[in-house]
Design a protein around this ligand. Structure first.
Ligand code: NOJ
Length: 548
């Protein structure tokens, strides 16, 4: 049974993408002093935990997800002293800080890999996954996330190494106890600095299927995660980390785990199994980002997860992150109904069971960005796919249209602080272009407008914190027309109803209780307006009548 009352269950987490948050030294790149300078506004918003995307030393092929020294800060962000100052300033305000730890792979510039590729008998050879080719080709048909093949040939020793992501991100060999020992040592090192937990990147990819068998499917390279995702050893490794590191002190541990079933998520997060506190859920975001905007399907997926995990496991919930488009642009309506739909997804995020994670800028209703030319994109996935497809004969304009439509840069543009040049993010040209809509959408305007998206998030976060039923209550879906998502959260005698109109048309709905919070100034009695959201208290008296 999952208990209640853990701080990480009641916390709201705010994801900071440091490169795009706030530039304090005028080089066009966000930094640690920039985060320190803005802590008060995060406190005002009411969040409890800051998740920092990777800030370690890195050649930045994948914006820090390619670490070359786990115990050093990338100078573009500052120094270890800056980090310690940030931690102290955050803790002084009651904000916790978790680090993003990338241990499925390292950078190819990490000293372990540099040594590993030198010779077959180098002591670090076994830190990575090296194999002979098959008839002059890759050892198996695994496709990569960022390249066609998940293998690269290294002429120095005549073997291939595995990289589920880019060639500059070789996968570590977790079968090697020395690798696991190194990971535990570096985790302990960060915990000694006083951090409050970890977001574990791509963590359910660390165990590969024994023998590295081919993926099923036609074609030269098959991108399927059958053989490198959720393998049984993954759980063994998590239990080892829990026993040796996580159990030492209270902390938040959240796994970035692709392709989970409810049963997998329970296996990861059920306290009795001793693995992680929670895994992120991706089925809903994968669905609407890859398949389509279908309210029925969103309801089905979320209902299945809410009822499946209740009392058995715990989840990290998000509708936005640095790998995904912003939900207001892809499921909401970022033009006519931007404010209402941003508030609707805020309501959904903050009234479900699971720890909510916000991506910086979500609280302003920031939208996806789009750039005019491939040179303006930074995302390694976008750039690699563009190069590979054009080299294979694709027509550049068509390839560009396809890769930009899926680019992760859509949600990575600099934070929009004000209507000043560069959105007030930097005095220099930002590393990634600002969204031109910063003149209308920015924090300064949001703070000044009591009806803004920011103040709505602030009120919702406060409501969630004051309402145990919204954190722990049982989720009960209510019958509703296709476009409406209506559910209740019940905790003992306390009951709340959440009603959301996921369409741009008014839909009939009769309110059942006292309105606590909503995103329209004058809610109607018998219908919900486009993208309207309401949170209502169902009084005990009404419950009694309903039960009679
Ligand atoms: C998942 C991270 O969220 C993503 O940004 C990164 O590219 C991959 N893991 C590889 O580390």
């Amino acid at each position: 049974m999952t208990g209640r009352g853990q701080w990480w269950q009641e916390a709201v987490v705010y994801q900071i993408y440091p490169k795009s948050f706030y530039d304090s030294d005028g080089d066009g790149i966000g930094d640690l002093q920039g985060i320190i300078a803005k802590l008060d506004v995060l406190k005002l918003l009411g969040v409890d935990v800051l998740w920092l995307n990777p800030i370690y030393a890195s050649p930045e092929v994948d914006n820090g997800y390619d670490i070359s020294d786990y115990r050093a800060i990338n100078p573009q962000f500052g120094t270890l002293a800056d980090f310690e100052q940030l931690l102290g300033e955050a803790h002084r305000r009651g904000l916790r800080v978790i680090m993003d730890l990338v241990v499925n792979h390292t950078s190819d510039q990490h000293p372990w890999f540099i040594a590993s590729r030198q010779s077959k008998d180098n002591p670090y050879r076994g830190y990575y996954i090296w194999r002979d080719g098959r008839d002059g080709r890759a050892p198996n048909n695994w496709g990569g996330h960022f390249t066609q093949s998940a293998w690269s040939f290294d002429a120095a020793t005549g073997q291939y190494y595995l990289h589920v992501f880019s060639p500059q991100q070789p996968d570590l060999n977790w079968e090697n106890p020395a690798v696991r020992r190194e990971v535990k040592e570096l985790m302990a090192w960060w915990l000694e600095r006083g951090i409050d937990g970890f977001r574990l990147d791509a963590i359910n990819l660390i165990a590969k299927a024994p023998g590295l068998p081919d993926n099923q499917g036609a074609g030269d390279f098959v991108f399927a995660i059958d053989h490198f995702c959720n393998q049984p050893h993954f759980h063994t490794y998590m239990q080892e980390l829990h026993r040796d590191i996580f159990a030492r002190q209270e902390m938040l541990t959240v796994g970035e785990c692709a392709d989970l079933t409810v049963a997998d998520a329970i296996a990861i997060s059920a306290p009795a199994r001793g693995e992680l506190n929670m895994a992120f859920l991706f089925e809903h975001t994968d669905y609407y980002n890859q398949v389509g905007k279908d309210p029925q399907k969103l309801k089905e997926i979320l209902t299945r997860w809410q009822t499946g995990l209740h009392g058995r496991g715990w989840a990290g919930l998000a509708f936005n992150n640095h790998d995904q488009p912003r939900v207001v642009s892809c499921f909401g309506d970022d033009t006519t109904h931007r404010v209402a739909s941003a508030k609707l997804f805020a309501t959904l995020l903050l009234t479900l069971e699971g720890t909510p994670f916000l991506l910086q800028g979500e609280e302003l209703g920031m939208t996806n960005v789009e750039y005019a030319a491939i040179e303006e994109y930074n995302d390694v996935q976008t750039v690699n796919l563009y190069r590979e497809r054009v080299a294979a004969g694709g027509e550049p304009a068509a390839v560009f249209a396809a890769v930009k439509a899926a680019s992760r840069d859509r949600s990575r543009s600099p934070y929009q602080w004000s209507a000043a040049p560069n959105a007030g993010f930097s005095t220099a040209r930002p590393w990634l272009g600002v969204n031109p809509n910063y003149v209308e959408i920015n924090l300064e305007r949001e703070l000044a407008d009591p009806a803004s998206v920011f103040h709505y998030y602030r009120r919702l976060i406060a409501l969630r914190k004051a309402t145990p039923a919204l954190i722990y209550g049982e989720f009960v879906a209510q019958a509703a027309p296709a476009a409406l998502f209506v559910y209740r959260r019940r905790d003992g005698d306390d009951e709340f109803e959440v009603a959301l109109n996921l369409s741009d048309q008014p839909v009939a709905y009769t309110a059942a209780g006292e309105l606590l919070l909503g995103n329209y100034p004058a809610p109607e009695k018998t219908r919900l307006q486009p993208y309207e959201a309401r949170v209502l208290r169902i009084s005990n008296c009404q419950l009694l009548i309903a039960n009679c």
